[in-house]
Design a protein around this ligand. Structure first.
Ligand code: TXA
Ligand code: MG
Length: 330
């Protein structure tokens, strides 16, 4: 971390475009146990050497995570991935079809898997993803080790989709922020646990369910009774500070209205996730718009959003945001 880094997130962040020199410095920071924020096609990640437990711990500290949820390990090649996890034929097929891309696979660890236990929260599985963003891939390849990287935001705050969001939330807690522009997907990766016979969708995300099911067949819901859960799927994970009113068809005094499609008659939307009702556009806008409305009003009323395609992930995030204040929600 830079010498002038402060414990407060207000410390000055260092932001750099992903030049060769910046990538070289980022790799050096990571190899010496530091943290680098990197762009991915989903959201910005706060990356550390996944094989270095102290570096992984630094991630939790920077995010002020209340518990050690397991983290996603990012890889640059199938060769690297196969050193970490056992790939069944179905897992191979999923990787061949969707990597690089916004799909995370939860797979059994290999016997020699070098990933720190802290990064897997002591589980015998590991979550792997090969991101599509060229800066992320270049950084992982330079480091030559898997990078553990949760979203680069303080715990329970909105996930960052620009370098400026990262700087605002984490400040100098990231040794360097590589600026790769706005993230095209805007929601996190879909997480699938690949079993022998069946696959579980642990987290809906940027890769739509139907796409995944075209390879896996019907995806099952996590089943806590069978020990299949995504430990990080806390109700409060995606919370803005404002109260959130979901499925809103009107706008009460003092509320901000976040539209999707043409707003209801008589309602002027403060912002619109997608005027043309495009779920992909809405996903890309979601966190940035919630963040902007969060700063200017105490209640965000959000228009209904259909549950198909990326709508499932968007609604999941919105429900989590809404869950915080569900007791006194308008
Ligand atoms: O798009 C993304 O996936 C972003 C970008 C930066 O790549 N990363 C991200 O990571 O969202 P994170 O650490 O915030 O999400 C980790 C999720 C949690 O829900 C966690 O419970 C789940 O992955 N997970 C990790 N390892 C797991 C495991 N072995 N078994 C079950 N769930 C696991
Ligand atoms: Mg997150």
């Amino acid at each position: 971390m830079s010498a002038d880094s402060k414990s407060s997130s207000a410390g000055a962040a260092r932001v750099a475009p992903p030049t060769d020199a910046a990538l070289a410095e980022a790799a050096r920071i990571i190899l010496s146990g530091g943290l680098v924020a990197m762009p991915t096609e989903t959201v910005y990640g706060l990356a550390a050497d996944a094989t270095n437990p102290a570096a992984v711990a630094a991630i939790y500290a920077a995010k002020e995570r209340p518990s050690f949820n397991p983290l996603i390990c990012h890889v640059a090649s199938m060769e690297m991935a196969r050193g970490l996890a056992e790939f069944s034929p179905l897992a191979e097929q999923l990787a061949a079809r969707f990597w690089p891309g916004p799909l995370t696979l939860v797979l059994p660890k290999t016997k020699t898997c070098p990933v720190a236990d802290l990064a897997t929260a002591g589980l015998d599985t590991v979550a792997l993803r090969m991101p599509k963003n060229p800066t992320a891939i270049a950084l992982i390849a330079r480091v030559g080790r898997p990078l553990a990287a949760p979203s680069a935001n303080p715990s329970e705050r909105l996930s960052p989709t620009t370098a400026a969001h990262v700087a605002e939330g984490l400040g100098a807690k990231a040794g360097l922020i590589l600026d790769g522009g706005a993230c095209p997907a805007g929601v996190e990766s879909s997480i699938v646990m690949v079993g022998a016979e069946q696959c579980f969708l642990l987290r809906p995300g940027a890769l739509a369910r139907a796409e995944i099911e075209s390879v896996t067949g019907p995806l099952l819901a996590p089943d806590p009774a069978a020990g299949v859960v995504a430990p990080g799927m806390m109700r409060r994970h995606y919370a803005p500070r404002a109260r959130v009113r979901i499925g809103a068809v009107n706008k009460a005094p003092g509320e901000s209205f976040l539209g999707f499609g043409p707003p209801p008659e008589g309602v002027v939307a403060d912002m619109n996730l997608s005027l043309r009702s495009d779920l992909v556009e809405a996903a890309a806008n979601l966190f940035a718009m919630l963040r902007e409305l969060d700063a200017k009003s105490a209640v965000i009323a959000i228009a209904p959003i259909p549950d198909d395609g990326l709508g499932e992930a968007i609604n999941d995030r919105i429900k989590r945001a809404g869950a915080v204040f569900s007791k006194d929600s308008v």
